[in-house]
Design a protein around this ligand. Sequence first.
Ligand SMILES: Cc1cn([C@H]2C[C@H](O)[C@@H](COP(=O)(O)OP(=O)(O)O[C@H]3O[C@@H](C)C(=O)[C@@H](O)[C@H]3O)O2)c(=O)[nH]c1=O
Length: 181
Amino acid sequence: MMFERLMLDGALLIHPDRHADERGYFARTYCRETFLAQGLKDCSLQCSTSFNARRGTLRGLHLQRHPHGETKLIRCVRGQVHDIIVDVRDGSASYGRWHAVHLSEENGLSLYVPAGFAHGFMTLVDETELLYQMADPFVSVSAAGIVWNDPDLDINWPFEPIVISAKDRSLPTLKTWRDAS
Ligand SMILES: Cc1cn([C@H]2C[C@H](O)[C@@H](COP(=O)(O)OP(=O)(O)O[C@H]3O[C@@H](C)C(=O)[C@@H](O)[C@H]3O)O2)c(=O)[nH]c1=O
């Protein structure tokens, strides 16, 4: 595994070592000991899957409020996504800045998202599936979100979403959310 630090402090992209032969490949995708040695959280408390039937499905931007901040490790196991993280940590030098990564079954990359980041993605092909490994439990009352097209964030999405939940459409802007918190 190779850990690549991203421009938003604390977020990482993890490249797997693929041992390839005529059958395909073998690759370790997670190791608790290595994560702890890297100063990361153990992302093995909960695992969840997100299946998306159609290209252009947008989920996000989601996070959990303090004190239930949620650290997660995300990998695309089928299809591909344009994935977005936004730094909304109080006092962070990069507060309000976003970063995009391409996650796909081909590249096998895992994205480590620390607590205090909002996360969302748009599927680029039909039948796309993401695997989540959570370091912290899901706490529904602490679930929060920022609207995908917040003009202040000015996120560069590949195209207009085709499928998005009513809940995600009506999320507040970062400023509105912060002012209300
Ligand atoms: C996230 C989550 C949802 N649920 C339930 C709540 C609800 O009934 C149903 C669907 O929830 P949502 O609509 O919030 O699912 P979704 O929009 O896919 O939520 C996810 O979005 C992406 C962007 C993330 O980063 C994830 O952490 C998570 O917030 O699943 C759980 O039981 N456990 C969980 O961990």
